[in-house]
Design a binder for this molecule. Sequence first.
Ligand SMILES: [Zn+2]
Length: 133
Amino acid sequence: MPLPRDSRCQHVKPDGSRCRAPRVRGSPYCVFHDPGFADQGAEARRRGGLNRAEQLRLAVLPEDTPDLPLKTVGDIIEAVEATFNMVRRGQLDARIGNCLAVLCQVQLKAIEGSDLEQRIAALEGRQNARIAR
Ligand SMILES: [Zn+2]
């Protein structure tokens, strides 16, 4: 059902047609064209924008934070412990913590694979030495 003409916004668009949105109670204009609502809308958008920007500002460590070694399983255990506690204290964003956890898993697999290769090479070396005798 169309709104009665007098309940519509009084704003006239640049093309000369009237705005078709319903009026705000006590105002001749709609929420888009009432000056009071326009200010509120701008303020809400500004606040919303800041909040969104604040959300995106991740908790990170300072740039001069020293690198952690990740050469051994022990190194990785220490790095995971340190990261765990930094996320708990809010010094490091949980999304970064998740990323580091995944990278630690990759590194751990690589170390395990490398260890296995070395053990196989050692076994093959011993086998070849026995055959040569
Ligand atoms: Zn309007």
